[in-house]
Design a protein around this ligand. Sequence first.
Ligand code: SF4
Length: 203
Amino acid sequence: MQGDEGGTSVHPETLDSIREELGECVRCKLHKGRKTIVFGEGDAEAKLVFVGEGPGFEEDQQGRPFVGAAGQLLTDIIEKGMRIKRAEVYICNIVKCRPPGNRNPEPDEVAACIGFVKQQIAVIRPQVIVTLGNVPTQNLLNTKEGITRMRGKWQEYEGIPVMPTFHPSYLLRSPGEKGKVWEDIKLVMKRLGLSIPSKESDS
Ligand code: SF4
């Protein structure tokens, strides 16, 4: 990234080299409160990449993305809903250090960190990206439109189809919205050529 704030001008060859470049990052103030950098995990050749907002408490503790309650719900969406293994997809966030109190990352923090997720996407070149909630949707797609209006409609990032949907933590607060996420996920499955179960999943 070398100072190209949020940029994608440099394309490293591997996820490992991006992680190496990230190092013990102090590029933004989020480094002060973190225990662990949560880089992302999954298949480096995944057809599907999920992008969330940032690590929460559990993620910061474990150094892995989406491992708390919202993470369990995302895992259920992937494994029970889509019927693929979580290890077959790639999961990462817009910022890699936990914002204090799980607040949204601030614009300067996003600007400092977003280049890394862009590089991760550039290396993986998935067939589809799913953005989870407002922060990744607005920042990757460069829009101010809210997730309620954006979800369920195909967008594009660097030539890659993007499906915005609600963040699983929102679903924990509003379980009545799960059906909408399932609708969005079915569109993703169709695009990936996955067979869609005729019966609605319990995810
Ligand atoms: S959030 Fe990103 S830019 Fe900020 S310190 Fe962590 S890794 Fe660095």
